[in-house]
Design a protein around this ligand. Structure first.
Ligand SMILES: Nc1ncnc2c1ncn2[C@@H]1O[C@H](COP(=O)(O)OP(=O)(O)O)[C@@H](O)[C@H]1O
Ligand SMILES: [Mg+2]
Length: 362
């Protein structure tokens, strides 16, 4: 029986039970089987901090590897292009380095030379040329290359370069995929950048609220797999507190599990204490930093939303701010981009982050 806490309230860690991502992962797996031409091969994952972008990127990488692709993971920052090249070369060397007794079986000398040149002797050749040489070798082995980019930031020039060269690789019918993840504002700014218009056609995945049914299943499986029983009404309290937010799910699960350490039944005391601890940590790690990143106007808008009830309309918020609807709309757009708000189908909107409203009300 596993006695390790199955919850992982740490950024970038894939939890034991990933909730609500079955569909996107199934579609990505199919994309790697289909290869060239599948629209999911260029994907942008969009969501606020703690919505599970990095974890999803890691799982997408795994599914690419399962389909026989090479995967290189990067973060948007200067130096990323060289990093992609070096990593691809390291990964690819497994393909081209023949076992000693089988020297050169299956690969021609020409390929090896091209490959080594790309990695070592490239001299003045630019990134695209060196990368093309590598992709030629991969192509000969019928192996695709997935590049993942986390924390996308349109201010990073190399990211814009990567995106435009990727487009050329696709045009050359190379088996490449580009999956990127970022905060709503950064992702929208990059997609809107006129230098990389093709990204407008990339598949966008907005990491919205996880359905309660999926969260419930993940909680139940995590407790059961570690030999703990939890009653339905208590489980429901965890689901409510998580509010469909992946990081909050992990905080809630982790703390309740820790409270019940050494016991086989989770009690209501464990739940009460666990939820209190989870809320405190969430306030420290998410709410405070979110508020810190907001402008005065953003905050005034958010404060005006506190008394809206389930969802707000723009006229209601504008009236509370004592401003016109146009003025208020500017801040609504800003907060949507920052991932603080979500908009519903009927154009009403509410806070995207659990406990945010309660926090502001205090
Ligand atoms: N689908 C999911 N279901 C449950 N927990 C998740 C899920 N995705 C991520 N998590 C957890 O949520 C937290 C935040 O995930 P992370 O991928 O770092 O978010 P982001 O990159 O969007 O900030 C981590 O503790 C991670 O274990
Ligand atoms: Mg992340």
């Amino acid at each position: 029986m596993v006695t390790r806490n199955p919850f992982t309230p740490s950024f970038g860690i894939v939890p034991d039970y990933l909730a609500g991502r079955d569909r996107v992962l199934a579609e990505m797996a199919r994309a790697f089987e289909n290869g060239l031409g599948d629209p999911n091969l260029a994907t942008v994952i969009v969501g606020p901090r703690g919505s599970g972008k990095t974890a999803l990127l890691a799982c997408i990488g795994d599914s690419a590897r399962d389909a026989g692709w090479l995967v290189v993971d990067t973060i948007a920052a200067s130096g990323m292009l060289e990093d992609i090249l070096q990593q691809s070369a390291a990964e690819a060397s497994g393909l081209v380095e023949p076992k000693p007794e089988k020297r050169l079986t299956g690969i021609t000398v020409g390929q090896l030379i091209g490959f080594e040149w790309a990695v070592e002797d490239a001299g003045q050749a630019n990134w695209r040329t060196r990368m093309s040489a590598l992709l030629d070798v991969l192509g000969e082995h019928d192996v695709g290359l997935l590049i993942t980019v986390d924390e996308i930031d349109p201010a990073v020039d190399e990211l814009v370069q990567l995106a435009s060269i990727y487009q050329l690789f696709v045009r050359e019918r190379r088996n490449v995929a580009l999956v990127m993840a970022g905060l709503p504002k950064n992702a929208t700014d990059l997609v809107d950048d006129d230098r990389v218009t093709f990204l407008r056609r990339a598949r966008k995945r907005f990491l919205n609220r996880i359905a309660d049914a999926d969260a419930r299943r993940a909680f139940r499986q995590s407790f059961e797999a570690t030999g703990k029983e939890i009653a339905d009404d208590l489980l429901e309290k965890l689901v409510d507190a998580a509010d469909g937010f992946p990081y909050m799910m992990q905080l809630v699960g982790f703390n309740v599990w820790a409270e019940s350490f050494g016991k086989t039944t989770v009690t209501s005391e464990h739940v009460e204490r666990g939820l209190t601890a989870a809320r405190e940590e969430f306030t420290e790690n998410v709410l405070k930093s979110t508020v810190r990143d907001m402008s005065k106007g953003d905050l005034a808008f958010a404060r005006a939303m506190v008394d809206c009830g389930e969802a707000c309309t723009i006229s209601e918020v504008a009236r509370r701010m004592g401003k016109g609807a146009n003025y208020a709309s500017t801040y609504k757009a800003r907060l949507l981009k920052q991932g603080v708000l979500t908009e519903h189908d009927d154009k009403t909107f509410s806070f995207a982050i659990p406990l945010f409203r309660e926090y502001l009300a205090k």
